[in-house]
Design a protein around this ligand. Sequence first.
Ligand code: AVJ
Length: 308
Amino acid sequence: MIPADSFREDVIAGLSLPQKALPPKYFYDARGSRLFEAICRLREYYPTRSELALTRGHIGAIARFAGKGSTLIEYGSGESVKSRLLIGALRPAAYVPVDISEHALRRAAAKLQRAFRWLDIYAVHGDFSRPLKIPMAQGRGRRVVYFPGSTIGNLTPQEAHAFLRMTRGQLGPQGAMLVGVDLKKDTALLHAAYNDARGVTAAFNLNLLARINRELGADFRLRRFRHYAFYNPARGRIEMHLVSLAAQSVDVGDHRFAFEAGESIHTENSYKYSVQEFRALAKSAGFRGEKVWLDPKRQFSLHGLVAA
Ligand code: AVJ
């Protein structure tokens, strides 16, 4: 579904920019997905635990908001721990997990099928940043998109606006969304979450270069790049970069890219929103923020949005 050609094109286009950049969706090859799962278990990485705590704590209200018997579409399903809770409480008519990592998707779907024998699962391997063809039987109730994990934070507010608008269009007037959004907080906590002591986040970031080497025959020397992540308060986002430790050049196929010492590749943004900020963004895209749930430490939010 993700043609190798578009990976190559995206890499070459990104490395040709004045500020070199790579799209974060390419983190998730098989090794990257495993590293991300390891990040989710890190002491410093609070979002996964906070979101799980809030989902556990409010599961009844969340299920009531979504409505029993609806079709649950999940974007970026990954390991699907929260999905289990939601499916158990909601008993949807159908479950449609959508993920860019085929391996993670198949594994998670098979696991869920064993846990919920009665559930109709239609796994869709794809990139939800573009309009998707979702296989859907007729008359299967309301469509609810579940978009957990603050994956929406990878998008700029402008991109998030366009994404919400597109989804609003696909859902129709009865549709609803459940969106997990990481909250603004103490910058020291944010910094630690993306600079863990064991270096798992660094390995996750550097794996992007290893993947480009493997799949596109490039010659990045991983030891000549360093993981660098910081919170940019003016923009309300964590930025991840890979910094070149020396002047060097790298070949990707027949393209050569020059790096100065200290020059970076921008690999990810992770935007943080206050409850009010995210509600305003959703409103501008045609949604009404009907509900919002927080974990006890108020580190993470889950927004229940309905078409306005
Ligand atoms: C999966 C995009 C939500 O931004 O926190 C974790 C990815 N990057 N550590 C995030 C990530 C570095 C994560 N998202």
